[in-house]
Design a protein around this ligand. Structure first.
Ligand code: ZN
Length: 88
């Protein structure tokens, strides 16, 4: 079996991802990509007075994620998050 034989398109991930985005993420643990600190989303600093909601690490103040919902759709950027863990 080759790599090409195993490859699916991104649509195949929509079902499994719906499991994550249906959960209450308030208790999710975020590991900061900037400094490596981990903590619950609820303990992070939120700035909602920008075009997007901006979440910053309480240890280093680095941006861990941004979320926007507007006429262009929903946008979720997690460049500053090394790992998001959600207990199930
Ligand atoms: Zn940090």
């Amino acid at each position: 079996m080759t790599t090409d034989d195993r490859r699916l398109d991104g649509n195949a991930l929509a079902g499994p991802l719906s499991e994550l985005f249906a959960l209450d993420l308030a208790a999710a643990t975020i590991t900061c990509a900037h400094c490596g600190a981990s903590g619950p989303l609820g303990a992070h600093h939120l700035y909602s007075d920008a075009p997007a909601h901006v979440v910053r690490c309480p240890t280093c103040t680095g941006v861990v994620l941004r979320f926007a919902s507007d006429s262009r759709g929903l946008r979720f950027e997690m460049t500053g998050t090394r790992l998001l863990t959600v207990a199930t």
